[in-house]
Design a protein around this ligand. Structure first.
Ligand code: NAD
Length: 271
């Protein structure tokens, strides 16, 4: 089996990377960053997000494993002192995996250019200087006029990240769909939005059509999309979201209960 390693820059991640490489070699496994079958990330959730985008074109043949060097993560199941156990699991690997849905985003700009991205956690559309004004279409029908800071569109596994901070619901990661959560919407007698998060099913299409060309920021996980073209004269016109045909797969060597992880991370010692 071919193993790739993707680590962040901290000294602890470098140390664990060296240790892991030695153990992979000792166990007779093949180290291959170019065509890996299993990618082991070393760092935190952010490192796994970066690895996901690095291997985005190989998602159909790559399974991920996350080692965390800091706090417990949502995508990282192994601790930095469990390298021996992890390598034993790799040696005994029989191809087992668990996969989760992703979010396709299709952005259209004023110069006619388009960009397509796939998000593991979420995409946000925000205005950095003024109130964001946009029309929200669900399945090609106008649903509401949004005014506020912005909108967060998240995957089921991303629902515990930014989405949760802006009041979105936590989704069971085995469900197929995506979620829209408002960021500081303006609600008064004149302007009105639904005011609660919406969870969409697998076939839904969500489109945000921006009303003006002010400083919009569109993000996909850790990345902010390039807004300007070479001449610096394009702006975001609309973004469409739907469940992606692609999925992310994790090599499942141990059973981690998602709701225990939510409880440990956000509640702590409930009795
Ligand atoms: P970061 O290092 O600031 O990470 C933010 C935190 O989000 C970390 O503690 C990380 O463990 C956690 N996280 C990431 N994915 C998660 C998930 N699926 N469920 C629960 N927690 C998760 O930033 P980064 O490493 O560049 O990560 C980017 C992510 O940070 C974005 O995808 C977004 O979800 C999140 N973020 C959150 C906020 C917020 O909560 N206000 C703001 C910006 C970005």
């Amino acid at each position: 089996m071919k193993i790739g390693i993707f680590n962040n820059e901290t000294s602890e991640s470098q140390r664990v990377t060296k240790l892991l490489r030695d153990e992979i070699e000792r166990a007779g496994l093949e180290y291959d960053d170019d065509q890996p079958e299993v990618v082991i990330t070393i760092g935190g959730d952010g490192t796994l997000l970066s690895a996901f985008h690095h291997y985005i074109d190989s998602l159909d043949r790559v399974r991920f494993v996350g080692i965390h060097t800091g706090h417990l993560g949502f995508y990282t199941d192994w601790r930095n002192f469990e390298i021996d156990d992890l390598v034993d699991s790799l040696v005994q690997d029989s191809g087992q995996s668990v996969s989760y849905p992703l979010l396709d985003m299709h952005a259209v700009y004023s110069d006619g250019s388009v960009e397509n991205f796939v998000a593991l956690n979420e995409s946000t559309v925000r205005n950095i200087t003024k109130t964001m004004v946009c029309d929200v279409y669900i399945n090609n029908q106008l649903f509401e006029n949004f005014r506020g800071d912005g909108l967060c569109i998240s995957t089921p596994t991303g629902s515990t990240a930014y989405n949760k901070s802006v009041g979105g619901a936590i989704m069971d990661p085995t469900s197929i769909g995506f979620q829209l959560a408002e960021m500081a919407s303006l609600n008064n007698r004149v302007f009105r939005t639904l005011g609660s998060p919406i969870i969409f099913g697998s076939d839904a299409k969500l489109m945000l059509r921006l009303r003006d060309d002010n400083d919009h920021v569109i993000t996909c996980d850790r990345e902010q999309m390039r807004q300007k073209n070479e001449k610096g004269d394009r702006h975001l016109v609309e973004v469409t979201y739907q469940v992606s045909d692609k999925r992310i797969s994790f090599a499942q060597y141990r059973h981690n209960n998602f709701w225990n992880r939510v409880k440990d991370s956000f509640i702590g010692g409930a009795k």
